[in-house]
Design a protein around this ligand. Structure first.
Ligand SMILES: Cc1ncc(COP(=O)(O)O)c(C=O)c1O
Length: 370
């Protein structure tokens, strides 16, 4: 088979998502299984979004609007940009793939930090081979080290991903540091601000949304998603904002009809519901603070996070701990695939989910340390 395959594809390590709840229920004969593995919003979606989805069901025999007109118009209004600054995708992951396909020329490289979202690597590898992907080290606090990244730009780094807050560390960069970085990067490079977790940031006043930079016509692409705070991970809707020339290029590689009818309609409705978003942010902040101190209470190192997850170091064999947690009905994420083999990431769930997780973790750690 290998001789049939594009050699770039053979270099890809397949993305390993958190295990589905049903798999663990079946495997271990469990009734209660909680999944805190994919940084979703665990609250059920609000009624106005449900209603929008129901309304769309009568239209499913028709293709969706390939241009995502109504959704883009609302996103533009919501962010104070023009429609020509917006493109929508089947999750922001699809836009990551589109922009590498559209902008990476042969010999050019994609640059980011180590210990970040693994899709940048696989999307680059598929299109340009594993050698086209370069990682800079992080700083000691597990933040993106912009100096280290700047030092690796050289002649070849064409697309630079800055993940802020970063997945899986939850760390964030001060606005001044990012602005300074952007202002020093040569204009023929593309800077992607992956702002998937923007809504969770503690101090929006010290945060670079990227909109100002787009207004200044810099080669900045901002990625946003409906999968996190808006609770629509199952529908796959994300978007990018950039200057119109960049959006026009992305439109050349955008698959037609890429966002489903239901996805467009639900995303549109979710932008009408600030209460759901605000309440989700508030609950996340409260539950995160509680979980943070509970993890610390177990004597573990936890990284302060500005997103909807926590990275922690259990201090025991991660594979063994993960297996015990799965057997007890708790799905979280071992971080080997993100380059941190001694850490695990837990998404912030509802209060009772977090309590269930902490109780099972406590038991498993006691057992393992016996
Ligand atoms: C940093 C980051 N960017 C992008 C995504 C992709 O989100 P989606 O494709 O669901 O929009 C994720 C998902 O976990 C993420 O963590």
């Amino acid at each position: 088979m290998e001789s049939l395959v594009n050699p770039h594809v053979l270099q890809i390590t397949p993305y390993k998502p958190g295990k589905p709840v049903e798999d663990i229920q079946r495997e271990f004969g469990l009734e209660r299984v909680i999944k805190l593995a994919s940084n979703e919003n665990m609250r059920p979606i609000p009624e106005n979004v449900r209603q929008a989805i129901r309304d769309e069901l009568t239209q499913l025999q028709y293709y969706p609007d390939s241009d995502n007109y109504h959704l883009r118009r609302r996103i533009a209004e919501y962010n104070g940009v023009g429609m020509e600054n917006v493109i929508a995708g089947a999750g922001s992951v699809e836009i990551i793939q589109m922009l590498i396909r559209a902008f990476l020329k042969p010999g050019q490289k994609v640059l980011t930090s180590e210990k970040t979202f693994s899709l940048y690597r696989s999307a680059t590898t598929e299109i340009a081979g594993a050698d086209a992907f370069v990682e800079a080290p992080m700083d000691r606090e597990l933040r993106f080290d912009l100096e280290a990244i700047a030092g690796r730009i050289g002649a070849a780094a064409k697309i630079i991903f800055i993940t802020n807050p970063n997945n899986p560390t939850g760390t964030i960069l001060a606005a001044a540091a990012i602005r300074d970085f952007i202002s020093h990067v040569h204009k023929d490079r593309i800077i992607v601000l992956d702002n998937a977790y923007q809504e969770y940031v503690d101090d929006p006043g010290d945060y670079v949304s990227g909109l100002e930079e787009i207004g200044q016509k810099r080669n900045v692409i901002v990625l946003r998603t409906f999968s996190k705070v808006y609770g629509l991970a199952g529908l796959r809707v994300g978007y990018a904002m950039a200057k119109p020339e960049i959006i026009a290029v992305l439109n050349r590689v955008k698959p037609p009809f890429n966002v489903t009818r239901v996805g467009q309609r639900a995303a549109l409705a979710s932008l009408e519901n600030d209460d759901f978003r605000n309440e989700s942010v508030r609950l996340n902040r409260r539950n995160k603070a509680r979980l943070f101190s509970q993890l610390q209470g177990l004597g573990l190192r936890v990284i302060p996070s500005q997103a909807n997850f926590l990275l922690f170091f259990p201090g025991v064999d991660v594979a063994g701990l993960n297996q015990r947690l799965l057997q007890q009905g708790v799905i979280i994420r071992p971080m080997g695939g993100f380059g941190i083999p001694d850490a695990m990431r837990v998404s912030i769930g509802l209060e009772e989910e977090n309590d269930f997780f902490i109780a099972r973790l406590d038991e498993a750690l006691r057992e393992m340390k016996k």
